[in-house]
Design a protein around this ligand. Structure first.
Ligand code: PMP
Length: 326
């Protein structure tokens, strides 16, 4: 826990997990000045512990902070806090493939002040939790609901920030997706309600096959979707595997046409929590399509294996993305 007051970060403290004291008028509770991050620590074959690109999380955290008129935290302090927490007991980092220690940094406004203005006091809090494999029974495609009723983010809004309010606004759409028998929501752009943005908690990739040529396509960053660190990493790892990559707009109609014509062969979602998740069925009002026979695709699995291998230290870290903790 690191407090911020008088215009600067104060001495931090390692504390046992437990409730925080907050003033009822703390502006995070009313006006939503609250941001967070998520990254993971992995036990390595040599007994060391490494985190995956945590400085990227620190930088995104500071971009979210700037958007919500909150102070930046020095990247070194963000990393130091995480490393100190993990180092308390290296045995709480699971060692099985697919398992990890999930790190959750957050910052909340704590000023006891009822007026609507940026708070002057904040708390940076970081806690960790061992995370089991996302698919304990093996990877299996998910079914997604393309939301036409709700939008996640509008131009000029907070879509590319990882702030609490974005998730509050997404919960009803997630419930609707579940009522429709789907696992996840797919969000469309707010202006045209036509272009694919991302999924709840994950970015999307579309695999095209043209003879021998494989291209992985992901929606371009528009300011209204979260710039995922997994997304960014996979764009580079795809090239390492010999795939072409494209960041561009993709409409739902194009998605349907390209599945129908067979040009698009796989769809998957990616994020820190789920790593890589195949998408097997997409539904919306009035239509339903099956992708790759609702089976795991070869490109999806190749990228998943490459990413997990890198994170768990069974593949070489050619990009220098792993941060040694202890
Ligand atoms: N989109 C949203 C809305 C998310 O919450 C997340 C999870 N942070 C992602 C995408 C994936 O981002 P990352 O790869 O950095 O976990």
């Amino acid at each position: 826990v690191i407090p911020y007051r008088d215009g600067q970060w104060q001495q931090g403290e390692l504390k046992a997990y437990g409730p925080l004291m907050l003033d009822p008028s703390a502006s995070s509770l009313h006006y939503g000045q609250a941001i967070f991050e998520g990254y993971k620590a992995f036990a390595q074959p040599d007994g060391s512990i490494k985190t995956f690109r945590p400085e990227q999380n620190a930088e995104r955290f500071n971009r979210s902070a700037a958007r919500l008129a909150m102070p930046a935290i020095p990247v070194e302090l963000f990393l130091e806090a995480g490393d100190a927490l993990i180092s308390i007991d290296r045995n709480w980092v699971p060692t099985k493939t697919g398992e990890s220690l999930y790190m959750r940094p957050l910052m909340i406004a704590t000023d006891p002040y009822l007026g609507v203005r940026p708070s002057e006091e904040y708390l940076f809090v970081l806690f960790a939790s061992p995370a089991g494999a996302y698919f304990p029974q093996g990877v299996k495609p998910v079914t997604v609901w393309i939301s036409e009723d709700f939008v996640r983010a509008a131009p000029g809004g907070t879509g590319e920030a990882k702030c609490a309010g974005n998730y509050a606004a997404s919960l009803m759409a997630q419930s609707q997706a579940q009522e429709k028998g789907c696992d996840q929501v797919v969000w469309l752009d707010a202006v045209h309600r036509e272009f694919i943005e991302e999924m709840g908690g994950m970015n999307l990739f579309f695999v095209y096959k043209d003879g021998e040529k494989i291209t992985v396509v992901t929606p371009e960053l528009t300011g209204t979707l979260l710039p995922g660190i997994t997304r960014r990493s996979l764009l580079e790892m795809a090239k390492d595997l010999g795939y072409a990559t494209e960041e561009r707009k993709l409409s739902v109609q194009q998605w349907r046409d390209d599945i129908a014509s067979g040009r698009m062969t796989e769809v998957f979602a990616c994020g820190t929590a789920a790593v890589i998740t195949p998408v097997g069925v997409a539904k919306a009002n009035g239509f339903e399509m099956t992708i790759n026979n609702n089976e795991n695709g070869a490109v999806t699995l190749a990228l998943r294996e490459a990413l997990l291998g890198l994170q768990h230290g069974t593949k070489a870290d050619t990009h220098g993305w792993m941060h040694t903790v202890c």
